[in-house]
Design a protein around this ligand. Structure first.
Ligand SMILES: N[C@@H](CCC(=O)N[C@@H](CSS)C(=O)NCC(=O)O)C(=O)O
Length: 243
């Protein structure tokens, strides 16, 4: 399914394009959730190594993502964009799955809810909070564009995708042998499904967001699975096309 740019009105405005149905060269399109499930049941070594869960917080319609290297004896895990209200749910799940949480990461400073990272640190000693240096927020570990976050033999690449806020980053599964295929991008509020993040908050910039999405997300391999920080319409994942 081709998604015309008019369905991402903020990006259309930023590009000063008419809202008429004019397809963009690099476009987002829906990938059925079942296709995603199939991609992770083929059973290659890397796919068996990754444990992945998409978790939802309904008050703010926020997705939290749990990733772990279950082939590593310690089963090290990361949480992306945990919400304070659902910390107990997330930590119980991590315990049930026998994982060791090592990083609680944020894609950006959230305006619509309180991050769960502070609460997690009080409940699980040793967990390190992670956020971009450009966010200006406090954390144990600051990341910049191009950095890698390792957990076991898996890693996430950091790409700066400012525009919704000045410090937004997208975390992307590694581009190397032994890493999950297809790649998965956790886009925060830079790109949500059939929309992008709003740009009317402090640090927001439609021009910057347009450039971030086109240069850092739409350039990913076309089978990359895009996981946003929010969805308000019942979608869970979308795809990236560079055709
Ligand atoms: N449209 C949302 C309203 C909530 C909202 O503004 N969400 C932000 C991300 S949290 S700061 C956003 O950027 N939304 C973009 C969008 O197109 O929704 C709702 O339906 O509740």
């Amino acid at each position: 399914m081709v998604l015309p740019l008019r369905l991402i009105p903020r990006l259309a405005a930023a590009a000063r394009l008419p809202r008429a149905p004019r397809p963009i060269s690099r476009r987002a399109r829906l990938v059925p959730a079942l296709a995603m499930a199939a991609a992770y049941s083929k059973g290659s070594g890397a796919d068996r190594r990754l444990l992945f869960r998409q978790l939802f917080e309904k008050e703010s319609s926020t997705y939290t993502y749990l990733l772990a290297d279950v082939a590593d004896p310690d089963k090290p895990a990361v949480l992306i964009d945990p919400v304070d209200r659902t910390v107990d749910r997330d930590l119980n799940l991590i315990k049930e799955l026998g994982l060791k949480l090592v990083y609680a990461m944020n894609t950006h400073v959230h305006a619509d809810h309180v991050t769960g990272t502070g609460l997690i640190k009080t409940k699980v000693p040793g967990v390190k909070s992670v956020i971009s240096r450009a966010s200006g927020a406090k954390a144990d570990h600051f990341v910049d564009h191009g950095d890698k976050i390792h957990f076991g033999n898996l890693f996430l690449e950091v790409r700066a995708t400012p525009g919704h806020t000045a410090g937004c980053v997208t975390y992307i599964t590694g581009d190397a042998d032994g890493q999950p295929s297809p790649r998965m991008a956790f886009t925060g509020d830079a790109l949500i499904i059939r929309a992008c993040g709003r740009t009317d908050f402090q640090g927001g910039s439609p021009d910057l967001l347009y450039r971030s999405v086109h240069s850092q997300i739409f350039t990913l391999p076309k089978d990359t699975l895009l996981y946003p920080a929010h969805d308000y319409k019942g979608f869970t994942v979308s795809g990236c096309s560079v055709s």
